[in-house]
Design a binder for this molecule. Sequence first.
Ligand SMILES: [Fe+2]
Ligand SMILES: [Fe+2]
Length: 192
Amino acid sequence: MREQELLAFIGQRLTEARFQHSRRVAETARFLARTWGLDEDKCYQAGLLHDIARDLSPEELLKQAASCGIVWDEIEGHFPVLLHGPVGAEILRRELAVTDEEILEAIRLHTTGDYPLSPTAKVIFLADYIEPGRDFSGAQKAREAARRSLDAGVAVAVGEIIAYLTGQRYAVHPKAVNLYNHYVLNGFFGAG
Ligand SMILES: [Fe+2]
Ligand SMILES: [Fe+2]
């Protein structure tokens, strides 16, 4: 896919702020891919496309999920914004003929994470959290960890996200817990 086509595709569907966020995620994803020896073009494209369904209303997300055969769980029913990953992947499959399963997985899972995750999906999950527009302290911690390894960056990101959600007494999706537990059990937080 040519970059101009992708920019036109997302430009029609996103607000200006989300369009700029998507470009920063794409640039960050390309940088992470270069640093850690992954496919730069694939990660860049997935970054541009990751929020393709993010500006749909909750009602529209539920409607499109139903028409795509996506089955949502109780948490997604309460917070349909979580469906912008799975619905976005289906939009890309149907309207842009994206067939690369790693790109589709990266988009499907970028909001929650999960375990296991492909390298491309790790890059997009992390890039979404640390792109230069993110100025909270968790993003800075994840940026520093990402210099050690991609997994170190993802581990800190998911740990910070879950700490934030529980601190606010928000629900935590089980897929995010899967990813977090994987890193805890593999010693990414020092013990385990
Ligand atoms: Fe998103
Ligand atoms: Fe995003």
